[in-house]
Design a protein around this ligand. Structure first.
Ligand SMILES: [Zn+2]
Length: 286
């Protein structure tokens, strides 16, 4: 044996480990909160709420719409509006993001708006989809929200918006930020005509959308366990150099501090919205 052999590296063998038991895709989902493995069909039946711990999974816009409108009938409005890359400094990144999001969600934008019935009442409904660039609000989302309030003003119908959003979309810069003022102005005109706006906050509902119309509901409903706030906890801690209290910005925390009116489980959302509209209509008659 040559001395150099002592120092030679060991031959590299492929180490064959027993294969991990993968969860077959499409059949089971692991709950991120309690780690329980849930049968997908049962999860669907349970409106995507964990039957073990009550964790509310994120919903796509159309999943949400079908859960709350009567007979799954919904007439989409302004579905043809699509974003353009208006700012030159994006270098095409924004267009790539838009393309990816469209392919991933099958949507044209981060909100689906339209008209349907909830518990027999005609309403205008808008639902955010977090899968589309984090449910962010830019020109098109702002325009669709604005129009929804304008349709509500025109027809004297309630407006319901379910948010799932990280806020204003940075790729459109100032054009995104101005949607905050624009949507709020439309809401203000709607309210002057006596409109009812129900804001439903799902996980997460933060930043530019929370700082505009989403926190202005006549009734503000939150889903259990949702992250609700303006800046994220990490940003606040770094800014004020203090540790934040436990559960800060959860639905339960903001409910205790008066920022939302009620926390409603997904299974009761439709009936609760119906009840609010019924009370509202009675008030108008009296
Ligand atoms: Zn769970």
């Amino acid at each position: 044996m040559h001395i150099s052999d002592w120092f030679s590296r060991k031959p590299k063998y492929a180490v064959l480990k027993p294969e991990k038991k993968e969860i077959p895709e499409g059949l089971w989902t692991r709950c991120p909160k309690c780690l329980e493995i849930l049968y997908n069909k049962e999860l669907e039946r349970n409106l995507k709420v964990c039957s073990k711990c009550g964790y509310h999974f994120k919903l796509g816009a159309w999943e949400r719409i079908y859960q709350i409108v009567d007979d799954k009938e919904f007439y989409e409005l302004d579905g043809n509006l699509e974003s353009v890359d208006a700012l030159p400094f994006n270098d095409g990144i924004y267009l790539d993001k838009l393309r990816e999001s469209k392919e991933g969600t099958g949507l044209n934008e981060a909100i689906v708006t339209g008209r349907g019935k909830i518990e027999g009442f005609d309403v205008f409904l808008g639902v955010f989809d977090f899968g589309f660039i984090g449910g962010s609000m830019a020109s098109v989302v702002g325009e669709k929200v604005t129009r929804l309030f304008e349709y509500g003003t025109r027809d004297g119908l309630p407006v319901i918006i379910v948010t799932a959003t990280g806020g204003a979309r940075m790729y459109e810069g100032m054009l995104s930020l101005m949607q905050m003022a624009k949507t709020n102005a439309a809401l203000s005109r709607y309210r002057k005509k006596g409109g009812l706006f129900i804001s439903v906050l799902s996980d997460p509902s933060t930043a530019g959308v929370m700082a505009s119309f989403a926190s202005q509901g006549d009734v503000i409903i939150a889903e259990p366990g949702a992250l609700i706030g303006f800046a994220g906890p990490r940003v606040i801690e770094q800014t004020i150099k203090q540790k934040l209290p436990e559960g800060f910005q959860s639905s339960e925390f903001v409910f205790q501090h008066g920022m939302v009116d009620m926390i409603v489980e997904r299974s009761k959302l439709k009936s609760t919205i119906g009840r609010i509209i019924r009370i509202w209509n009675k008030r108008l008659k009296n």
